[in-house]
Design a binder for this molecule. Structure first.
Ligand SMILES: NC(=O)c1ccc[n+]([C@@H]2O[C@H](COP(=O)([O-])OP(=O)(O)OC[C@H]3O[C@@H](n4cnc5c(N)ncnc54)[C@H](OP(=O)(O)O)[C@@H]3O)[C@@H](O)[C@H]2O)c1
Length: 291
């Protein structure tokens, strides 16, 4: 099996690059080999590699900066995934892609299901939703995993920011009225591998095509997540964490106040349960960085 992995320098891509190694031939491309903002380069790259599976872990993920660069965010997150899906169709590959909880507006107070109405509050959310739609329109078998609050030991992540700031400051003010599910990139990669193994074993295309929510279990505020990070790192006594409302921490892009995703569909389709975010955080902190 030949897997084309896009985005190996990212949090999820880095973990995938490690965990997929023994599943076949993994061709990992970085931005310099395939820049998703250069739409015309996508199909020739895919035709050249002739993969059986394409995993797109690359995305424009700078949520606030996207408000200033809507065209670039839309090209990379909205248009490129559809072109990848068209190319996947040409070579007979299955496409695995990741999307976000930020496709929802956060007005719910129960976990969002896949069929719930989307209503992104930000350019980033809009661009990711456009990517979901462009993939579906292409007509190749695909799996889109909507995930949330992704962190890891490498790259830009809340986990690393909190650890760094806690080492520098006595007090940190952290938002406590946004609720979501922190999800370790390593858990996403492991789940992707298990699902991929199942798809290959059962030759389940295309009936298992579609959008699936894939996040760690449980929920937290950013404040609760920060507290757990410092508790597990043994540094909570050195830093005071002050809970603040979103209104005290204005950002260019609006975020949903509630974006917990129900994993029921995933669990039923793949007989697979994601770990609780507390357990995943412990596993992450005791792991070695993937990249
Ligand atoms: N981070 C989150 O909290 C979060 C939450 C929900 C969903 N997601 C989704 O989960 C997936 C993985 O996110 P992540 O956190 O692992 O992302 P990440 O750590 O920010 O990594 C993004 C990856 O995309 C690559 N990339 C960006 N622009 C590119 C371009 N024009 N051409 C080619 N590659 C490009 C980056 O390459 P460079 O190293 O060259 O920049 C990097 O490898 C994404 O689909 C994201 O939307 C993330």
């Amino acid at each position: 099996m030949k897997i084309l992995l896009i985005g190996k320098t990212g949090q999820v891509g880095g973990e995938l690059n490690n965990i997929l190694k023994d599943m076949g031939e993994v061709v990992s491309v970085e931005r310099k080999q395939l820049d998703l903002s250069k739409i015309d380069s996508i199909e020739p790259t895919v035709l050249d590699i002739q993969p059986d599976i394409i995993i797109n872990a690359a995305a424009y993920t700078a949520v606030d900066k996207a408000e200033e660069e809507p065209d670039l965010a839309m090209t990379v997150n909205g248009v490129a995934p559809g072109v990848l899906a068209e190319a996947a169709k040409k070579v007979g590959a299955r496409l695995i892609h990741y999307s976000t909880d930020y496709v929802f507006d956060g007005r719910s107070n129960t976990p969002y299901r896949e069929e719930d109405t989307t209503c992104p509050l930000s350019i980033y959310g809009e661009s990711k939703l456009a990517g979901e739609k462009s993939i579906a329109e292409a007509g190749a078998p695909y799996l889109i995993f909507r995930t949330s609050w992704v962190y890891s030991l490498q790259g830009k992540s809340f986990l690393r920011t909190i650890k760094k700031l806690a080492a520098e400051k006595d007090t940190l003010r952290i938002v406590d009225d946004q609720i979501g599910a922190p999800t370790w990139a390593g858990s996403i990669a492991l789940a992707t591998r298990k699902i991929l193994e199942q798809c290959v074993r059962d030759n389940s295309e295309p009936s298992l095509s579609g959008v699936f929510h894939l996040t760690c279990q449980g929920q937290s505020s950013w404040h609760g997540f920060a507290k757990e990070i410092l508790d597990l790192s043994g540094t909570s006594q050195d830093t005071q964490l002050l809970p603040i409302p979103t209104s005290d921490y204005p950002t260019p892009a609006a975020r949903p106040l509630y974006s917990v995703l129900s994993n029921d569909k995933l669990e039923k389709a793949f007989a697979f349960k994601m770990p609780h975010w507390h357990d995943a955080l412990k596993d992450c902190l005791s792991s070695t960085p993937a990249i």
